[in-house]
Every structure is written in structure tokens, then in C-alpha cells.
Write a new protein. Sequence first.
Lengths: 272, 359, 284
Amino acid sequence: MKKRTFLPECYILLVLLLLYLPIAVVVAYSFNDTKLFHWAGFTFDWYGKLMRNRSIIDAFFNSLKLAALSSLSAAVLGTVGAVGVSRRHFRGRASLENLSLIPIMVPEIILGMAYLAFFSFLRLPMGMLTLTLAHTTFCVPYIFVNVKARLTGLDPAITEAARDLGAGGIRVFFDITLPLILPSVMSGTLLAFAMSMDDVIISFFTTGVQTNTLPLQVYSMLKTGVTPEVNALCTVMLGAVFLLVAVGRLAASLRRGLGGSAPKPPQFFEKN
Amino acid sequence: MAETILSLQNIHKTFGTAEALSGVSLEVEQGEFLTLLGPSGCGKTTTLRIIAGLESPDSGRVLLQGQDVTDWEPNRRNVNTVFQSYALFPHMNVAKNIGYGLRLKKTPKPEISRRVEEMLELVQLPGYGGRMPNQLSGGQRQRVAIARAIVNDPAVLLLDEPLGALDLQLRRQMQTELKALQKDLGITFIYITHDQEEALNMSDRIGIMNAGKILQLGTPDDVYERPQTRFAAEFIGQSNILHASVEQVCADGTLLLSFAGGRVKAAGTGHPGEKLVLSVRTERVRFGAESQYGFALPGTVKAHSYTGGMLRTTLLLPDGQELTVNGMGGGHSRAGVGESVQVYWNPACAVIVEREGTP
Amino acid sequence: MNKRQNRFPVAAVPFLLWTVVFVAVPLLYILCMSFLKRAQTWGVVAEFSLDSYARMFTPTYLKVYAQSMWLAVLTTLFTLLIGYPFSYFVSRLPERRRSLVLLLVVVPFWTNSLVRIYGWMILLRSQGVINTLLIALGVIDTPLKLLYNFGAVLVGMIYALLPFMILSTYSAIEKLDPSLVEAARDLGAGRWRAFWTVTVPMTRAGIMAGCVLVFIPSVGLFFISDLLGGAKTMLLGNLIKNELLTARDWPMGAALSVVMMVMTLLVIGIYQKCSGERGLEGIL
């Protein structure tokens, strides 16, 4: 019998602890009864202050609106685009695909700079419109890549069978392709939503004076001073995320119990 | 003579620089079971996809029931396909899969469920309508794929190596069932396989394909006993390929040829001095010194190998060539290794597959 | 190929159009802008000039590039050193625990990244958690200066980008056929030797993808150096931001972006050369 060590498990645990350490600190400080850094007792005050802080609440809803709008428009663009180019051979396909991935490959600041210049050149008023255009652009690749990977993994005979049985192009898309790629569309959209919610750099360059997103609001608060409301806000968001993840896991394991397929480990992008 | 339901006229197709089909012509009769047999890459699947409309030919026409359908989309053609991978819709249950074609034709719901039930009975899967494809075995998926295609009453059913993924036992059983189904329904089947046994066993006619061409088209008996090309002789069954030259044209219509230092006879025409390539099926070669056919080829036994019921003997001929003889185990053929023997065959079984100058 | 499949994909037109208008055109626009002269107050003058590129080679700028590159290299190195063993160990866990651990790696992504950086600020501050703890334990007397220096920025970068490295290397390690390692062991390789001669080379593509995914963003994440480095640690990203918003020198900002873009393409090119991947998707 080989000697069993717990070293790997300990290492995994240690890295996870480090990943969660700053988050845990933020959660803990959201209940700290002082603006300073020592522990001064338990309080819910910051949550009350958070509720009354109009600028945070406004920024939060702006971000929510922006993320929903951009990730959904990107979902349509990316999905239809991926289905459109899959199994087609046309000139310049590879270059166009690489071009479409640029928004998530290059440092965000390049796009931020480019949009600031480009939108001022077009004389677009900086605000929700410019934010949405910019966010949609960097959301599209997440969905495109995800859906394309799924399409590549699909047996081409399945859509051919549908055509063979009498379905036209549109019917094939709605009856066969869309239901089969829907999980990838959703996971891509969800990822895009999260990326939009969390974006600092591109928003920094494309927003106007009137419009604030949550990350920008947090950024300016962190730069100017310590504000425990932010801790409270983050704790709330973190709680929501964990709740969603837990519900998702539960749903997946229920489905597995009913004979569905086992949930895959999470990944940013589906691989085939 | 039954009427022609499908005809391919001089179909050419290239993928990039590779020529997949170079002039395929084919007439398929109403109600027949036609098999395209060939090694992988011979163009048989491309032929099928062109009939289905999933590929379009570079040139040539496809006529279905007398109508030119070459430029029709697959969904307009009255042919259906059973795909090699089955291609069942993974997100629909069995009943939905089978009823898909009918739903597209706006068939009334009660009619659809009646037909689906009928089909499930026919393919021996009653009560399976609610199952999902991933809950079925390979054989069951195969049956669903067939039901999904034939429920639409296609003029021609195309089957692309439908039994390829099944194990041997199940494959044999499905061969019988498929053949019976085809006879019952009277639907024209175009069947693709690289398995010669399957082709010989099921087909009314077999088309042997290689390198984008149909080399020979005929009944199983025809293509087996009278291969017209060396490829056909070697691809189906086991043949001895003999390079011989004509010595004399005999009065009974046979040829006397010199081969490997001896003399052999073959059926066919020729002129003295002509060099021919003959195919003789290994199981048609007989041991014996005296034959009613007037020739005997001497040789030495090089090796025996026993292959379950059959004994395969390799002979060394005087000039160093080898000849294979397949016979029932035991009996007089059991000459020991190193012994001298003589063999002969019915000249009708020695078929000319190549002539000098026609490679 | 089917003739029908060779036709230009009509369905993809909106996607392609969007890509051209909102990716290609803006990038070309800043490329042009980088060759123009800056206007007196705001914007650019339509006059060809190489001023911006010339100014890039002054010592102040060169120092920032060096610092930014050094930070990117260190970040990549550390995330690899931490992330690869992590992925390797995770891939050997039983399946249920494996997907739970990966989920836990991904979940922080769904929370606000600024807040996670803020967590480090709380930890590293002179009256922060670490210093308080160390003083309480008697290890030190006076608080260490942990925040607002290069080290703090490095910690923040590693922290922010580690999950990318983990996910890239994990997906490569997971795909590795375990029988290859077994074969190496069978042929007499020890545990370490099998790891270095089979596991690591076979997962090279994942390692390289992870390095690209970490290296590229690490030159641009200006908010991390802003918050954790004070004003002392400048990244290429900070430089661009300052040119645009403080100095209002747009051509200079554009020129720096062009340089960064070229550098990015260079890194991707090296990746493609070494990994044999042609498309960009292999990285993701």
C-alpha cells in the first residue's frame, strides 16, 4: 500500500483560503461598528446606510440595466453569428473570427481608449448609449466562442436529418439548433452579464458625467475614502451570487437524480 | 421490368482538389434493394448525400420519379435518410423524433400519434415513445432512426452504413429484419456499406464503387461469381489473381493459357499470345490430378491454416508464385506440407478481370 | 464542399458588421490618431507627426515600460507556480469534489473585482488585519509597510489573475490521458520524472494559454496599481489613462495603445508559434 499524504488536499485548501480571504475580510468589516480598521463590535448600521445611499443604489440599477441590455443584445448577435458562420467556408472567415475575439484578448484599456476617441469623433453623447455599445462589443465574444464550441461538438447529421425530414432553414434553427445550443447561449450570456457588471476600465472611458455604474461608483469611493457601505453592498451581492450558485447546483443535482446528465465542472468557455 | 424511380446521370463532384465522384450514373428501380459497396473514401457516401440533397453535384443530374431534383433543397425531396450516427434529435423523445417529419407536413395530431404508434410496432419498440434517445441502446436507436425516416413514406430510403456501429450478432439480426421490412413496405432502399457479407446477404443488386466510380452493377451472384475488374475480384471474397497468356482458343469456347510453368483454362475470348489477368475464387480450386476439364496445375503444399470449418492451403507453384485453396477441412486435400499436389478448376470459374493494355 | 455552404453566411451579417464597426474601425481610428499632432487644448490636429512615438523613448516612459513588463512577468510566473500544482492536485480529486473546488475558484469572479482588491487593502494597511495580527503575536513592534508599494500591486495582480491560470491549466491537465503517465511509470519513471517528462510537456498548450491570459491583461489593469500601489507603481495602463485624462494628450495615449496592441499581438503570435494553435480560441 502506498503512503497516503494529505499534502495535495492541504494545498488546495490553502489556495482556496487565499482566494476567499479578501472576500471574507470585506464581509466581516461590513458588520464592523467603525469606519476605522480595528474591530469595534457588531452592527447592521452600514446596511441601513447603504439603503439610504442614493448614488450607490442608482449606480447599482444602472449597472444592472447596462449588463442586462448588453448581454442580451450580445446573446442575439453572438448566437446568430456563431450559427451563421459554423460549417461555412468563405474568404476571410478566420480573420473575421480572430477580429471578433479581439475585445476579450487585448488589454481592456486599448478598447477603452479606442471607444473614447471613436465615440467623441462620432459626437455621440457619453452615457448609457455609449456604455451599451461598448459593453455589447466585449460581451459578444463570450457568447460567440461558447456557442461556436457547442456547434462544433454537435453531430452535423442532426441538422441534416431535420432538413432531410422536410425542415427549412428557419425551422431547423428553432426546432433543432437553438434547443441544442441553448445551454451554451445561457452560460455565455451569464458570463457576459457578470463581466459587464464588473467592468471598470471600459466603463471608465465610455461613461458620461450623468451616468455612473456600480464599479465606477465603488472605484471613486475607494479612491476618496473608506466607506463601509461598500462592504455591505458587496456582502449583499456575494450572498446573492452564492444563493444563485447553490440553487443552480441543487437544480443540477435534482435533474441528475431524474436521469439527466451530470453537471460539468465550470469553465469560462466550453471546450470540445 | 419495374419502372425507374431514381436515376443519376453522370454525376461529378470535387471537394477542393480531391475528386470524390467522377461520372457516376445509376438507375434504381421501384422497390429494389440496391447496395453501394466499396472501401471508405470510394464516394459512396457522397453519392448518397447528393441523392438526399445534402451535397450538390458539380455536374450531372439527379432525377427522382422522373423529375429533375438536382437543385432542390433536401427538405423538398421525397427521400429520407437513415444516418450512420442515427442523428436522433437528442432533445426530443422517441415519439417526437418519429413524428417530426409528419409535424412539418402539418399532419393532424391524432393522425401523427396513430402513425407513430404504428411505426413503433413495426420496428418492435412498442411503448418506447416517451423515452429519450440517450436512454436507448444502439440497436434501439437504429430502429428509431429507421422509423423516423419511413414514417414519411419516402419514394427512396437512403441508408448510410446503418449497422456499422452495432456488434456482429445484432448486425446479423438487423440485416434480416431490415430486409424483411423492405419487402413488406415495398420501399426502394439504397444502402451503403463496406461490409461485403452484408451487401451479398441483403441486396437485390450491388454496385461496387471505387475511386469515385461505379465499377460493376449486378446481382450478388453476378458480382461475386463474375467480377469484371480486378478490384471487384479482390474486394469481395478471396481470389487468386493469375497473370497468364493465351496459348490457344479451344473449340468449346474456353481458353487454354500458360501460367506459372503449367497450363490452365479459363472462360472467355482472346487471341493467342494475349496476356490476361484472371481471377479464380479460392474455394473454386480443387485438388486432383485428373480433371474433366483437361488441365492440372502442379504445386507443392507450403502451409495449411485452419479457419473454422474451412482449411486454407497455400501452394507454391513451380515458378515461385503462390496459390490459395480454400476447401472443407479433412478429405484428400489434407496433403502434408512439402508434398506435391495438383489442382484444377472449372474454366467457367476463372474470370478475365484485366486484359493487356486495359489496366 | 456544398455550393450552398460556400455562399456568404447571411445570418452572420449583423455579427460581422458589428465586429467591423465596433472593433476594427475604432482600432484603426486610434492607429491613425497616433500619427497626428496634439491640439493646443483638446483633441488632435490633422497633421502627420511622429512626435508621440519619438517621445516614447524618453527615460520616464522607458522606466514605466520596464516596471510594467517586470510586473507582468512576475505575475505570470507566480500564477503559474501557484496555479499549476493546484490544477494538478484538483484533477486527481474524486469527481464530485473536483467540480465543487472549480466552482469555488470561479465564484469570486461573480463578485465585484474592486471589492476583492479592497479586501487586500484592508488586509495590508498599516492598521490592517495582517499588521494587527503580527503585532498581537509579538512578531513585530511597528507596523510593516505592506500597502502602496510594488509588492502590494504584485499580490493584487496575482490574486486577480490566478483563476485564469487555474482554469486554463486545469482543462489541459484534465484532458491528459492518465494511461500516458501510467505508461511512463511502467517504463520505470519515478513519480517526479513522469510528471516532468509526460504531464508537463503534454499540458504545455494549457500552460501557454494560461500565461497569455495572465500576461496580457496584467499590463493594463490600472485600477489595481492605483488602489494598491498608490501613485508609485505605474503600469502601461496608468500611463495611457493619464495621457488621456490628465495630460489630455490623445495622440500620445493612442500611440501607447498601439504599442500595447502590437505587444499583445506579439505575445499571441509567440503563443501560436509555440503551441501550434492557429485560431485565438485555443487560448480561451
